[in-house]
Design a protein around this ligand. Structure first.
Ligand SMILES: CC(C)(COP(=O)(O)OP(=O)(O)OC[C@H]1O[C@@H](n2cnc3c(N)ncnc32)[C@H](O)[C@@H]1OP(=O)(O)O)[C@@H](O)C(=O)NCCC(=O)NCCS
Length: 157
């Protein structure tokens, strides 16, 4: 029997001055890029396929992230449809001097698996192994329905 592939990833990075905005705190754009890379690693680890980002749900920067903190993204595959998947990411920061940990963001990224012909291809179905995974899947399904309703018939031009 083949070993089940991972469906989570934890990625950490120390916040350095090169990531700062003009106020000296971490730039939102840098965090968005890191969230996208984390989602990619999580999804690719699960399915082993090429992925593109379809959407990043609203990201609220409720609290600043400070230079010198250790940022960690905990990512999980919440939902797999036919060719798309939702990755949930919880972001925390750790003050390495005081040990204080803050939960600064949570976001949801949808990725689509793409074949050699650049078209969407199937992703292996997600087996739901416990109550937590079933709850996350159901919640992700509701968010997916909202996204589909929100962007239905939208012309980006
Ligand atoms: C991702 C992409 C290939 C999907 O193309 P598409 O024509 O929408 O393909 P499909 O209609 O087959 O949809 C693919 C999947 O996305 C899902 N999807 C499409 N629009 C959606 C929306 N608004 N909300 C949620 N899911 C959506 C579909 O339900 C389907 O998932 P499923 O197979 O699990 O049901 C295409 O949108 C694309 O190339 N986008 C650019 C990606 C990119 O370059 N990202 C980086 C940006 S810089």
């Amino acid at each position: 029997m083949s070993k089940e592939r991972g469906r989570t990833v934890e990625m950490s990075e120390i916040m350095v001055p090169q990531m700062a905005n003009l106020l000296g705190n971490v730039h939102g754009g840098w965090l968005l890029g890191f969230l996208d890379r984390t989602a990619y690693v999580c999804g690719a680890r699960y399915c082993g396929l090429n992925l593109v980002t379809l959407s990043v749900d609203q990201v609220f920067f409720k609290e600043p992230i400070y230079v010198g903190e250790l940022l960690t993204c905990y990512a999980t595959v919440n939902y797999v449809g036919k060719t798309s998947m939702e990755i949930g990411i919880r972001v925390t920061t750790e003050n390495l001097k005081t040990g204080q940990i803050r939960h600064t963001n949570t976001c949801y990224i949808t990725m689509v698996a793409i074949g050699d012909d650049q078209k969407p291809i199937p992703i292996p179905a997600l087996t739901l192994r416990n109550e937590d995974e079933k709850r996350r899947f159901q919640e992700a399904l509701i968010r997916r329905q909202m996204r589909l309703a929100l962007y239905k018939d939208k012309d980006p031009s």
